[in-house]
Design a binder for this molecule. Structure first.
Ligand code: ZN
Length: 264
């Protein structure tokens, strides 16, 4: 049975969440959740989102939060991750679990996921505000380990500039996916036929566990000069390709083949 991970993009519909610097919390949380969902699916998780567009279960805030938790409870999910953007003139990343002594698994998961995401923030100079507890409805009402992530401050110029950068959102989503995969033990239940794990990309840092099946191709395309990353060590494996980028890659491939066969 695949591990079921519920991603909960905070707010939606008439509830924008926090706003600032031209951003709305509900848009940023959805962008991060959708990116993390794609990655976790490539790792074999059964990922469900409490919303996959700009809507809510209920326009009544309390009812909506309860519905989000019940959504995960009915699925008997293995992990619940609520994604939010902070406000209030702070800066950096923090995470929350419910303040219960019986919450050891949630705390263990928090250690892993928090470490991954905080690392991305710290990598761009934004602080780790720490692992916290709070009695939030989605944490209190969910019957599986649950975490709520506050991914930067929308009303802080430095944080908002990161949140406007799609590469940063990719990195945050990758960190969430990596952390969640490690926390629930994705792949641990069904070992690959080859017990020796392949090393990941020689050229890129964002070819992560779960992408083993494409790593050789990515590296070969680099070595043959057919397709390169962003010049900063990222291949951006989950981003879509434009027609222009496709034209360049296809033409590079044709030139490579012609060179190999001595026809050019
Ligand atoms: Zn929020």
């Amino acid at each position: 049975m695949a591990k079921i991970i519920v991603l909960d993009p905070g707010h939606g519909g008439p509830d924008s969440g926090a706003v600032g610097n031209g951003l709305r919390e509900k848009d940023v949380t959805l962008a991060i959740a959708q990116r993390a969902a794609r990655l976790l699916r490539t790792m074999g998780a059964d990922v469900r989102l409490t919303r996959n567009d700009d809507r809510v279960f209920s326009e009544d805030k309390a009812t909506d939060l309860n519905e989000r938790a019940d959504f995960a409870n009915k699925l008997h999910a293995d992990y619940f991750i609520s994604i939010h953007i902070n406000a209030g003139r702070g800066t950096g990343f923090e995470s929350y679990i419910a303040p219960s002594v019986a919450n050891q698994e949630a705390a263990r998961h928090q250690n892993i996921v928090h470490g991954e995401v905080a690392g991305v923030f710290q990598g761009t100079g934004l602080p780790d505000r720490g692992k916290k507890t709070a009695n939030f409805a989605v944490l209190r009402r969910t019957s599986m380990p649950a975490i709520l992530l506050e991914c930067g401050f929308i009303d802080q110029v430095e944080d908002a500039s990161r949140l406007k950068n799609l590469a940063f959102l990719d990195n945050v989503a990758q960190a969430i996916a990596r952390g969640a995969a490690r926390a629930v033990g994705l792949g641990a239940a069904s070992p690959a036929p080859n017990p020796v794990p392949k090393s990941l990309s020689k050229y890129y840092k964002d070819i992560i566990p779960g992408m083993e099946w494409g790593t050789d191709s990515v590296d070969a395309l680099y070595e043959r000069g057919i397709m390169r990353g962003d010049g900063q060590g990222n291949f951006r494996p989950t981003e879509t390709m434009t027609r222009l980028e496709a034209a360049v890659a296809i033409n590079n491939a044709i030139e490579y083949i012609l060179k190999q066969t001595g026809k050019s």
